[in-house]
Design a protein around this ligand. Sequence first.
Ligand code: NDP
Length: 248
Amino acid sequence: MHRAALDALGIDGVYEAVPVPPGGLAEALVALRASGIDGFNVTVPHKRAIISHLDATEPVATRIGAVNTVLRVGNAWMGTNTDAEGFVRGLREGGFDTKAPALILGAGGAARAVAAGLISAGAEVEVAARRDAQARELSDLGATAVRWADLESAFARARLIVQATSATLADDTAVPFVQGLPWEAAQRPACVDLVYDPSPSLFLQRAVAVGCAIQDGFPMLLHQGALAFERWTSLPAPLNAMRAALLG
Ligand code: NDP
């Protein structure tokens, strides 16, 4: 996606994957600084841990507690987070109401970004996780925790349900997870699964079966990338080229 964007704008640049083992962040940052690059993305498992290695963090990343994009500002590394805004832009692009009362399933890093994005957009957000204590941790963002045992009433209230667990990545975890949800209580909310492979996930297949409009994780992936590209280059992201590269 980023290479296609660089090509589309005729920018002489590269975007490379750099594997960094857990515990290897400090060493990697020294090498990245020496390389003179303009910025980089950060992914699992480093999104939280990197914060203590950066010179500064923008308020959105501090609030979420995770950084997915780093920019070089002079000699300093500045961390930000484009997942929150990327999710909201993807939702808007799909014609969904970003202010609709929302329920987020899962309370990990992606759930925190989605909660921050939806709350900034003006939505009331409830969150439920299989460990109730993890859901309560999102209260610092302004989300209301719902006990997993009370999911039925939350399904009935929600106009948007966001699947933000990693359960739907693989069949063996997806089947019990999706079968265990109280679909009979749902009042045809819009349903989003942050997972983009497989797509449609079992969660989205079930949502369609009960009459819900759906979106997979692809728009969030595209828009968090586009926002990062815009921060690094100060140029509008060539969305069509980036979308085509992701689909290709
Ligand atoms: P985390 O590991 O931080 O959080 C995962 C969450 O899922 C936790 O709440 C975890 O609970 C819960 N969970 C895992 N397995 C199950 C299960 N079987 N039943 C119920 N809950 C479960 O991951 P992330 O938040 O970073 O990512 C979550 C998903 O979002 C991933 O699938 C990832 O691919 C996707 N994602 C998509 C993005 C996009 O651009 N579209 C961006 C970022 C993420 P517990 O802690 O108890 O295990």
